[in-house]
Design a binder for this molecule. Structure first.
Ligand SMILES: *Cc1c(COP(=O)(O)O)cnc(C)c1O
Length: 459
C-alpha cells in the first residue's frame, strides 16, 4: 500500500454516517432512477459527489461565526474580508457573491456581448454556461497533453500559447471582452497551471489590450503544485506564490466553496475602477448590497479565516498527499486513473474498466451505480451522460474522449479508513466487472441533463 500522511487535525465534532443494508441501497438507487444526484444524502456512506461546499470548518472558523456583523451596509465582517483580500491577493476592491457562478454571471452580464468569444485553458461548466447565457462563446485552449490521461506532465492545465496567439488574431480583439485561465483546471482533471504559463498568458492578453481574469476556485492547491513542481519556487511560500499569480491578473472570479473551505460563498474582484462600478451596480441588482453580496456577515467572517487556512502548507501537503494516496491505491487494483493526480479528485477510467459497455450505454454510470450498490459510495459520472451530444449538422452522437467517474474529496472530512474502504469496494467491483451492465435514459432534459435524468438498466 502507498504511504498515508496522517491528518494534521483531530476530530472535535462528529456527524454520524450510515452504511445502510445492501437491500436498502438497491431500493434507494432504483427509486433514484439510478441517478446518484437523486439519492438522499442520509442513504450515502462516503460521499465523493463534490468537494464544493462540503469541507469541514475549523474551530477558528466556528468561533468566527459568532463574530459575524450582520449590518446591512459597511459591516465589520466586510472590512475584515477586504483586508484579507488585499493581503492575500493584492486587490483593493472586491465584491462578495453567494457562489462562484454568481460572480461569473455578473462579470458576463457587464462585459460579454452576443457573438463575443472568451478564451481560457478550459472553462468550468458554470463559466461556460454564463458566457453562453449572454450570447457569447467560451473557447478552450488547453495544451493537448490534457487529453491524454496517462501522459505525465507537471502542469497539464497550461493554456497553449500558440493556440491563444492564433485565436486572438483570428477572432480580433474587438470580439474578445477579456481572457481567462482556470486554476486548477477543474474540467480537465484538477490539473495545475504553472507560474510561467500564467505570466506568459497574462503578457499575451495584455499585449493585445485584453483584461485577464483568473477563475480562482482552487488557487491554493495550484500554488502548492507550483511550489512542488516548478523550478525556482521550491523555497517560496504559498503566500508569496499566490501574491505573484494574482499580481499578473486584472481580476478574478472565485467559488470560495473550494479552497477557502466554507460551505457557501464567492468573490469577484477587478482592478479597473470603471468596470468595477458597473459590476457593483449589477451586484446590487442580482445579489445584494456591495458589502455583503447575498451572504450573511458570518459567511464573510468565516471566509476571511478560511482563505488563510486553505493556504496552510501543512494542510496543503496533507491534502494533495491524500488525493494521491487514493489514486495510487486505486491504480494498484489495476484500474486506470488520470495521471498525474490532480488536487481535489481522482478520476477513474470507467471506459477502460468496462470495455464491454459501449459509450452509448454509459460505462461511467454503470461504475457509479455499482459503487453505490456495493458500498454506499457516491461518485459522479463524467462522461457520455454529462457530455455526449448529437452533432448539430449530422445528428450523429458525439461522445467525449473519456468515460470517467470522479471521486472528489471534501476538505478535512474523510480519514484514511474511508479511503481504504473505498479501495476495497472498488476491488470487489473489479472482480465482477465483466458482469456489470449498461444503462439507457428513461428521462433526460435538454440541458445539464446529468442532474435530473433517470435511467433504466439494460438487461
Ligand atoms: C465550483 C467552480 C465554479 C462555480 O462555483 P460555484 O460556487 O459552484 O457556483 C467555477 N469555476 C470552477 C473552476 C469551479 O470549480
Amino acid at each position: 500500500m502507498p504511504k498515508y500522511m496522517p491528518e494534521p487535525f483531530r476530530i472535535k465534532v462528529v456527524e454520524p454516517i450510515n452504511l445502510i443494508s445492501r437491500e436498502a441501497r438497491e431500493a434507494a438507487i432504483r427509486r433514484a432512477g439510478y441517478n446518484v444526484f437523486a439519492l438522499r444524502a442520509t442513504d450515502v456512506f462516503v460521499d465523493y459527489l463534490t468537494d464544493s461546499g462540503t469541507g469541514a470548518m475549523s474551530h477558528h472558523q466556528w468561533a468566527a461565526m459568532m463574530e459575524g456583523d450582520e449590518s446591512y451596509a459597511g459591516a465589520r465582517s466586510y472590512f475584515r474580508l477586504k483586508d484579507a483580500i488585499q493581503d492575500v491577493f493584492g486587490f483593493d476592491e472586491f465584491l462578495p457573491t453567494h457562489q462562484g457562478r454568481a460572480a461569473e454571471n455578473i462579470l458576463a452580464a457587464v462585459l460579454v456581448k452576443p457573438g463575443m468569444k472568451v478564451p481560457s485553458n478550459m472553462h468550468f461548466d458554470t463559466t461556460d454556461a454564463n458566457i453562453r447565457a449572454r450570447g457569447g462563446n467560451p473557447v478552450n485552449l488547453v495544451i493537448d497533453e490534457a487529453f491524454d490521461p496517462s501522459c505525465i506532465h507537471p502542469f497539464k492545465g497550461n493554456l497553449d500559447l500558440k493556440k491563444l496567439e492564433s485565436f486572438i488574431s483570428e477572432t480580433g480583439v474587438e470580439n474578445i471582452p477579456f481572457g481567462m485561465i482556470t486554476i486548477t483546471n477543474n474540467a480537465g482533471g484538477g490539473q495545475p497551471v504553472s507560474m510561467e504559463n500564467i505570466r506568459m498568458v497574462a503578457e499575451m492578453y495584455h499585449r493585445h489590450g485584453l483584461p485577464f481574469f483568473i477563475d480562482a476556485a482552487r488557487f491554493a492547491e495550484n500554488a502548492y503544485f507550483i511550489k512542488l513542481r516548478e523550478q525556482g519556487y521550491g523555497h517560496k511560500s504559498v503566500r508569496e506564490i499566490v501574491k505573484e499569480m494574482f499580481g499578473y491578473s486584472d481580476g478574478f472570479t472565485m467559488s470560495a466553496k473550494k479552497d477557502a473551505i466554507i460551505n457557501i460563498g464567492g468573490l469577484l474582484a477587478c482592478r479597473d475602477k470603471e468596470v468595477f462600478q458597473k459590476l457593483s451596480n449589477e451586484l446590487i441588482l442580482r445579489e445584494g448590497f456591495v458589502s455583503y453580496g447575498g451572504l450573511a456577515g458570518r459567511d464573510l467572517e468565516v471566509m476571511s479565516v478560511g482563505l488563510y487556512e486553505g493556504m496552510d502548507e501543512v494542510y496543503l501537503s496533507y491534502r494533495l498527499a491524500q488525493t494521491d494516496y487514493l489514486a495510487q491505491s486505486i491504480k494498484q487494483l489495476g484500474m486506470s486513473v488520470i495521471e498525474p493526480t490532480g488536487g481535489h479528485a481522482v478520476y477513474v477510467d470507467a471506459g477502460k474498466l468496462l470495455p464491454h459497455i459501449p459509450a452509448a450505454e454509459f460505462p461511467g454510470q454503470a461504475l457509479a451505480v455499482a459503487m453505490y450498490q456495493e458500498g454506499g459510495i457516491r461518485a459522479c459520472e463524467i462522461g457520455s451522460v454529462m457530455f455526449a451530444h448529437p452533432d448539430p449538422e449530422t445528428g450523429v452522437m458525439v461522445h467525449p474522449r473519456l468515460e470517467l467517474v470522479r471521486l472528489a474529496i471534501p476538505r478535512r472530512v474523510y480519514t484514511q479508513s474511508h479511503l481504504d474502504f473505498t479501495v476495497e469496494v472498488l476491488a470487489d467491483i473489479a472482480k465482477k466487472s465483466a458482469s456489470l451492465k449498461g444503462f439507457r435514459f428513461s428521462y433526460a432534459p435538454p440541458l445539464l441533463r446529468h442532474f435530473t435524468c433517470r435511467f433504466e438498466p439494460i438487461a
